[in-house]
Every structure is written in C-alpha cells, then in structure tokens.
Ligand binder design. Structure first.
Ligand SMILES: Nc1ncnc2c1ncn2[C@@H]1O[C@H](COP(=O)(O)OP(=O)(O)OP(=O)(O)O)[C@@H](O)[C@H]1O
Ligand SMILES: [Mg+2]
Length: 122
C-alpha cells in the first residue's frame, strides 16, 4: 500500500506512469481522476492506481468492492489517500511530492517492515 501525497500537479500520476513504464507496461496510463481506479497487470504484478481527489461518499466505497482489492497481493498506489481516511488500509510506504522551482523533491517514508524492505532495495 503506497500513499502518494502532494498538491495538485505535484507529480503523483507522473510517478505512477514512470513506474509502470519501468516495469515494462507500454499502454497508455490515464489519470484515474474520474474512474477512481485504473488496473494494470505487468511483470506478473497486479497494480491498482487510485486517485481519490473526487471521492466523497463512504457508501460508494462499501459498494465499490475496493475493500476486497486490499488483499495484500495487489500493489496499490493511492493519490489523495487523505480523502478516504479510515477506509484505506495503512500505508507501507508514503511518497510526498514537493514542487521546487526546478523539478520535484520526493520524501520517501516506510511504515512497515515490508515497506522498509522495499526502500532498502532502492
Ligand atoms: N519530476 C517532475 N519534474 C517536472 N515536471 C513534472 C515532474 N513530475 C510531473 N511534472 C509535471 O507536472 C504536471 C502535473 O503532474 P501530475 O499529473 O503527475 O500531478 P499529480 O500530482 O498527479 O496531480 P493531481 O493531484 O492533479 O492528480 C505534468 O505536466 C507533469 O509533466
Ligand atoms: Mg494525479
């Protein structure tokens, strides 16, 4: 579970696009702003990209079946996780994007042993 934090335009979607391309995905990577989630299968991984900026309705969450997706096998990257506080599982890793005059600064933080293992491997 990877939380992507940062203001509008900070580079969250761009990061997910780059990550998917690095994994070998050659299709189009759309921002899930309206769909809330886009799903990808690449390099034997199931990856879900959420953008919860427009998410408001907790009942919609229960009806969406998202809870079943958080099964510990899917890799979930979540933009605007603060929109679903209490609904999302806790993060293994958070990436916080800051807009600088020239490019971006990204702060990586691990919260679990699994998250720490990923960061150690970088
Ligand atoms: N590392 C970077 N350096 C310079 N420009 C960048 C970088 N990452 C993203 N951008 C540019 O910033 C713009 C917005 O990026 P992006 O859509 O990834 O933001 P976002 O954080 O997903 O925003 P939102 O919260 O609206 O979904 C794009 O035009 C992109 O090219
Ligand atoms: Mg985005």
């Amino acid at each position: 579970m990877i939380y992507l934090r940062g203001n509008l335009g900070a580079g969250k979607t761009s990061f997910v696009r780059a990550l998917l391309q690095c994994l070998g995905y050659t299709g189009r990577v759309k921002s899930p702003t309206y769909t809330l989630v886009e799903r990808y299968e690449v390099s034997g991984l199931h990856l879900l990209h959420f953008d919860l900026y427009r998410f408001r309705d907790e009942e919609e969450w229960e009806g969406s079946g998202f809870r079943d997706e958080f099964d510990g096998h899917n890799i979930c990257l979540v933009e605007w996780p603060e929109q679903a506080t209490g609904l999302l599982p806790p993060a293994d890793i958070s990436l916080t994007f800051e807009i600088l005059q020239d490019g971006r600064e990204v702060l990586l933080h691990a919260y679990t042993a699994a998250g720490q293992q990923c960061l150690n491997a970088l």
